[in-house]
Design a protein. Sequence first.
Length: 162
Amino acid sequence: MAKIPQTGQIPPDFTLPGIEISGDEAVQGEYTLSRHRGKPIVLAFYPGDNTAVCTRQLCSYTSGLENFTGFGATVWAISPQGLASHEQFARKYGLAFPLLSDEGLTVSREYGITLGGAGLRRSVFVIDSGGVLRWKHVTLVGLTFPTAQAVSAQLADLRAAS
C-alpha cells in the first residue's frame, strides 16, 4: 500500500469523473488534479454518501464555502460511490462543490488512506497553487473531521506565506 503523502511533497496526480449541481442541472466532467494548478485546492476524501458524519462534514463545508473561496481555493469531495449516488446526495443536501467518484478506490490507495476491504479513512488534504501538499488531516476511524474554519486557517497560512 502506498504511503500517505507528506507535507512539502507533490501528492499523486489523478483524473476522476465527477458531478456538480448547478441550479437544476447536473454537470458531469473529468477532474484532473495537475490541471488545477494556479490556485489552492482542498481534497476531502469521505467514506460514503448519505452517511451521518459524511453528511455533516460536506454540509458544513457547503455552508462555510466562503471560508475556502475567500482564499481562492476550490473544494473537491471524493468517495467510492458512483456518479448517480453523488448526484442524489448533492441534490438532497445542496452540496455546492464537485463530488468525484473513486470507484475501486484507486486514488485512495495512491494516497495511502484505504482500510483494506473496509473503504477509506476520512482525510482532508490542502494543496497549494503550485501543487504542493501543505496540510493534511487523516483520521484513524473517521468519526471526526476538520471544520471549515480549521481548513480555512490552513488556507490563510498559505496566503500569508506567499
